[in-house]
Design a protein around this ligand. Structure first.
Ligand SMILES: [Zn+2]
Length: 503
């Protein structure tokens, strides 16, 4: 061994010793370092996750074994599939947030109040919650800087969601709408679906709806079950802006649905009634298509220069898309669609083989004659396919459901949607009437003050602005091709009506 060789060996020993010392120092310092947000390098991300897992178990007071922690870290790392250039995505998002004015959030309970510096600031350090005595139980995500986003977002693909301690919760699907509440420095975001708060990787969020449309314009016979299926899909995909509830049951045990489109806590409400008359079901089809389009454009869409989210944040639509589902089924499929034998037999007796023109419900009561004001005036004396008012006012569950929904949602205005020859009926002039006229171009027909026990008579009694749209070139039932004309006329009608009450 010559001099040089010895020198090299000594050098190697020194180097090894130095690196050993260095790594020991690093290990020791990392054990003391609780601010894991300091690590941003991807290469050491597994150790960051290990720290997170450790921190988490400490918070939970669990003494996890090293192997348990290792497993958690491994699974977390596995989830990190195909890392994207995160900085680029973040910058893009940041620019978007900065250029767009902040819109009012529908549900701001989880978010912090706005601050002036928010728009131009970097991520803000989340303030620790000092409200409770036990501040030790801080969730992990509270340790990262965050900034508010307040937009509707969708997932680019199915991904894993986490809780505030970055513990895996469940896989979440592509295409479902979330409310993007906050973006955190560590690459995660707080998202909300209804009342459910989750955390997901920011890079997998997109702001444009990427859901396939499903309310089928080409469906030649839009039935009660088509509507129910569409309501369930809308509810699942757009949980923040589409709400539905069952507000009554028909005599043949079908559900009467009420849909709320927009901010459920909006200051203003427009009530929309559809298919109270059985044969007028094309309107339900049109309305469901418009609801779907409004939902999918909600996050990014505008009308007359105003954001849809701003419009529907101030005014919501409360819609009964099919007040008379038993009647619709009779008109579409005849008495065989009615399951109750007693009801079916009476329908056969009354209908005498003609069912497509049916207007009444399954008890042969015209629901638009069953309200209190003017009850019995010029009505049929016996159960009939139309114009029979019933034994007494509000004898029918469908009329009660509509009556009670109007009463509880306290609308500023009401649009009654019927089908009988392109007319708009009204009693008093209003901004609403102008909007309806502008979109439909139907002729206006002023009604006298004679009452018939209709829902419009009830609205008048309450002093609510209202008008009745009669769609279709001929009396219902309409051929399917008429769908398109009604659809193009009504497409923006409801949004425009909602804008009447915008501040
Ligand atoms: Zn009608």
């Amino acid at each position: 061994m010559n001099e040089i060789q010895r020198e090299i060996i000594i050098c190697k020993i020194h180097k090894k010793a130095m690196s050993y010392i260095l790594s020991s120092v690093l290990l020791l310092s990392s054990l003391n370092c609780t601010d894991i947000s300091a690590y941003d390098n991807k290469d050491i991300y597994p150790s960051k996750l290990k720290m997170q897992a450790k921190y988490q178990s400490e918070l939970q007071g669990e003494s996890k074994t090293e192997s348990q922690l290792q497993t958690e870290v491994q699974t977390e790392s596995q989830l990190q599939t195909q890392p994207q250039p995160e900085t680029e995505t973040q910058t893009q998002l940041q620019t978007e947030t900065q250029t767009q004015p902040q819109s009012q959030a529908l549900t701001e309970t989880q978010t912090q109040p706005d601050s002036q510096s928010e728009m131009n600031s970097e991520y803000q350090q989340t303030e620790p919650d000092t409200s409770s005595e036990n501040t030790v139980e801080l969730p992990l995500m509270n340790r990262f800087k965050s900034k508010k986003v307040k937009k509707y977002a969708y997932l680019k693909k199915a991904i894993m969601s986490y809780d505030a301690n970055l513990k895996r919760i469940k896989k979440i699907k592509k295409g479902i709408q979330y409310y993007h509440v906050k973006k955190y420095k560590n690459g995660y975001s707080m998202i909300k679906r209804g009342n459910e708060v989750l955390y997901a990787k920011t890079k997998y969020l997109t702001y444009k709806s990427n859901t396939k449309t499903f309310v089928d314009k080409n469906d030649r016979l839009y039935t009660y079950s088509d509507m129910v299926s569409d309501i369930q899909k809308l509810k699942k995909i757009y949980p923040n802006i589409f709400h539905s509830e069952i507000v009554g049951k028909t005599p043949d045990k079908r559900n009467i649905y009420s849909i709320t489109l927009g901010n459920p806590n909006a200051n203003n409400t427009i009530f929309v009634e559809c298919s109270i008359h059985a044969r007028e079901y094309t309107n339900t089809h049109v309305l469901m298509k418009i609801i779907e389009e409004t939902c999918s454009n909600y996050g990014t869409g505008k009308y007359k220069g105003k954001k849809l989210s701003d419009i529907y944040n101030q005014t919501k639509l409360v819609i009964l898309p099919m007040v008379n589902p038993d009647g619709v089924s009779i008109s579409q499929f005849g008495p065989k669609s009615i399951r109750n034998k007693k009801l079916r037999n009476r329908i056969v007796k009354v209908g005498k083989g003609r069912y497509s023109h049916w207007k009444a419900n399954a008890r042969c009561v015209d629901l638009n004659r069953n309200f209190v004001q003017g009850f019995g005036h010029e009505s049929a004396k016996h159960p009939s396919s139309e114009e029979y008012a019933g034994k007494k006012p509000l004898s029918e569950p469908e009329a009660i459901a509509e009556h009670d929904t109007i009463k509880s949602c306290k609308p500023k205005s009401i649009i009654f949607v019927h089908e009988a020859g392109q007319v708009i009926y009204y009693r008093r002039k209003s901004k609403l009437l102008n909007v309806v006229r502008t979109h439909t171009h139907y002729k206006l027909e002023k009604e006298d003050n004679v009452k018939f026990g209709s829902a419009a008579d009830y609205a008048d009694k309450l002093g609510i602005t209202n008008c009745t749209i009669e769609n279709g070139t001929v009396p219902a039932p309409l051929s399917h091709w008429q769908f398109y004309g009604i659809y193009f006329r009504s497409r923006n009608l409801f949004t425009d009506a909602a804008m009447i009450y915008m501040k």
